[in-house]
Design a protein around this ligand. Structure first.
Ligand SMILES: C[S@@+](CC[C@H](N)C(=O)[O-])C[C@H]1O[C@@H](n2cnc3c(N)ncnc32)[C@H](O)[C@@H]1O
Length: 467
C-alpha cells in the first residue's frame, strides 16, 4: 500500500490522530521511544538549544479518553485483560499508561507492511506489561528479540544492582518475511589485542581451526592425508580448498606440525550484532549531536536499528520522535521517513536539526499540523446513501437510546467522528435519533453511551454499540 503523505513529513500533534489518518500497510519500520511511565516530567535545560521543550510522563485516568477503553475491549479483548491485571498489580497509573500505549500500538500494527518491523524502546518500569500487549497485538510468534541497551555506565544504586539499561522490544509483522540485514559492529581494541595476536606482511591475523576436533566427530569424506598430516577427526575443508589456501599462504603449521587457518583482521566484517548493546554510549554533554532535548537517544543506536531492519527507500516512522534522532539517522541512510511529536517546541528544534544535518538539501522537510486523510479505503459512496441498509441492520432502533423510530426520524452518524478521522465506510456508520445525535456531537460512541446510562435512558451493556 502506498503511503498517503510525503517523504520527510514531520507532524506536530497527537500521534493517535495522525496515525488514524495514515493508510494501512504503508510503513516498513517503526521505532518508538514513548514516555516510559517513569513518574517524572521532563524538560530541557535552560540555555540549551532545546530550552522550553518538555513532556510529561506521569499518568492518571484523566489522561485517557473514555472511548479507548471500549475500543480496546472491542478490538482485542485479551489486551483489556492484561490492562486489568496491571491495574490490580500496579495501580491506576500503570493502567492509564497501558491504555494510552495499547490504543496506539494497535494503530502502528495496522500501519506496518507485512514485511515490516517495530522496535519499542522502553525500560523495566513497564517493559514487562508492554511485552504482553505486544504479544497480543503482533502475535507471540512474531516476537524477535529483547534488546538490552546499556545506556550508562556510571550509576550506583546503594541498595540494589545499578540500573544501567533500557530495553528495546523487536517484533516483526510476519516472523517468516520480515526485513533483516546482517549487520556487524567493529571488533573492540581489547578483542583485537586478545585474538588477532599475529602479524605478517598482509596485516594482523588470528589462527582458526582447519581440522575437526573430537566433539565434532569424524567426517569420512574429509579424512585425507595432506603434506604427511592426517587429522584424527578429519579436515574442515575439502582437499582442493586446503591446497588452494596453502598456495595462498593462508595455512600456518605450528611447531608441533598442526595446521591452522590464518584469518586476517582486515578481511573480517566484525562481530554480528547481538541483543546486548554495550558499545553505544548515551549522548554526552559535549557531543556534537546533543540538542539538549530531554531523553535524546544516540544516533548510533538508531543507525544500527535502521540498517538491520530496513533497506534504502523504505519508509521509517517515529511516532514519538522528540528531537528527531530516528529521522536524522534514517535520512543519512537514504530511507524515507515521517515523524510525529506532540510538542510544538520539539518541532522547531527538529526542523533546525534536520536542516543543519543536511544543509540546503533539507529544504524539503514538510511540517504539518493537520491530519492526513486515508486513501486506501476505496471509493466510498456518500455516507448518506447507506441509510436504508443501516435501517435494516438496526431494525429501526436508534444506536444510542435503543428506542424504535420511524425511518425519517433517524440520521446517519459516524461512530468514530469525522473530526477524529473516522471514515465514511459503512462499518463506521450507524443511525441515531435526533436527541442522541445532538447529545453525541463530535464525541465518541462510548461517551454517548456513558451519558445515556447516567441519565437512565439506556441500561449498561444493552446490546452492541455502533455498527
Ligand atoms: C522519550 S521522548 C523521545 C525522544 C526521542 N527518541 C529523541 O531521541 O529525541 C518521547 C516523546 O514523545 C512525545 N509524545 C508524548 N506523547 C505523545 C503523543 N501522544 N503523540 C506524539 N508525541 C508524543 C513527547 O513530546 C516526547 O518528545
Amino acid at each position: 500500500m502506498i503511503f498517503n503523505w510525503r517523504n520527510r513529513t514531520l507532524w506536530t500533534g497527537d500521534n493517535l490522530d495522525v496515525m488514524r489518518g495514515m493508510n494501512s500497510e504503508s510503513v516498513d519500520l517503526i521505532y518508538l521511544d514513548p514516555p516510559f511511565n517513569s513518574n517524572t516530567d521532563y524538560s530541557a535545560p535552560i540555555g540549551s538549544e532545546a530550552a522550553g521543550a518538555a513532556f510529561k510522563d506521569t499518568w492518571t485516568l484523566s489522561d485517557v479518553d473514555e472511548a479507548w477503553h471500549g475500543e480496546i475491549a472491542d478490538r482485542q479483548p485479551a489486551l483489556y485483560a492484561i490492562i486489568d491485571a496491571a491495574d490490580l498489580a500496579h495501580g491506576k497509573g500503570m493502567k492509564s499508561y497501558l491504555i494510552m500505549m495499547a490504543i496506539r500500538l494497535l494503530e502502528m500494527h495496522r500501519l506496518l507492511k507485512p514485511t515490516g518491523s517495530l522496535y519499542l524502546h522502553c525500560d523495566p518500569t513497564a517493559g514487562h506489561y508492554l511485552k504482553t500487549l505486544m504479544d497480543v497485538i503482533f502475535g507471540r510468534s512474531n516476537f524477535i528479540n529483547e534488546i538490552i541497551w546499556q545506556r550508562t555506565s556510571s550509576r550506583n544504586d546503594a541498595r540494589r544492582w545499578g540500573a544501567v539499561h533500557d530495553t528495546i522490544l523487536f517484533y516483526a509483522n510476519g516472523a517468516s518475511s520480515f526485513c533483516w540485514n546482517r549487520t556487524y559492529t567493529p571488533h573492540t581494541p581489547d578483542y583485537i589485542e586478545k585474538f588477532y595476536r599475529h602479524r605478517d606482511g598482509r596485516g594482523r591475523y588470528r589462527l582458526h581451526e582447519i581440522i575437526r576436533t573430537a566433539s565434532m566427530g569424524e567426517r569420512p569424506n574429509l579424512s585425507y592425508e595432506y603434506k604427511g598430516y592426517t587429522p584424527r577427526w578429519g579436515w574442515r575443508r575439502v582437499r582442493e580448498k586446503v591446497e588452494a589456501l596453502d598456495r595462498d599462504r593462508r595455512i600456518e603449521w605450528s611447531d608441533s606440525g598442526r595446521p591452522y587457518l590464518k584469518r586476517y583482521l582486515h578481511e573480517q566484517s566484525g562481530t554480528p550484532v547481538r541483543d546486548v548493546i554495550s558499545d553505544i554510549p548515551p549522548v554526552s554533554a559535549h557531543a556534537a549531536e546533543r540538542t539538549g532535548y530531554p531523553t535524546q537517544k544516540p544516533l548510533a543506536l538508531l543507525d544500527r536499528i535502521i540498517r538491520a531492519s530496513s533497506n534504502e527507500d523504505d519508509m521509517v516512522l517515529d511516532p514519538f520522535c522528540g528531537c528527531a534522532t530516528a529521522l536524522v539517522a534514517a535520512d543519512r541512510l537514504n530511507r524515507q521517513w515521517a515523524g510525529i511529536d506532540l510538542s510544538p517546541l520539539a518541532a522547531n528544534l527538529v526542523l533546525k536539526r534536520l536542516r543543519d544535518d543536511r544543509g540546503a538539501l533539507f529544504d524539503d522537510v514538510i511540517h504539518r499540523t493537520d491530519i492526513p486523510r486515508r486513501t486506501d479505503l476505496g471509493d466510498v459512496p456518500n455516507y448518506r446513501t447507506h441509510k436504508h441498509t443501516l435501517y435494516g441492520r438496526q431494525e429501526g432502533v436508534c444506536g444510542g437510546c435503543r428506542i424504535l423510530f420511524p425511518f425519517r426520524n433517524l440520521t446517519v452518524d459516524h461512530v468514530i467522528p469525522r473530526a477524529k478521522c473516522g471514515s465514511d465506510h459503512i462499518d463506521n456508520l450507524q443511525l441515531l435519533c435526533g436527541a442522541c445525535n445532538s447529545m453525541k456531537g463530535t464525541d465518541s460512541q462510548e461517551q454517548l453511551v456513558i451519558r445515556l446510562v447516567e441519565q437512565g435512558i439506556r441500561q449498561q451493556g444493552a446490546g452492541n454499540d455502533g455498527n
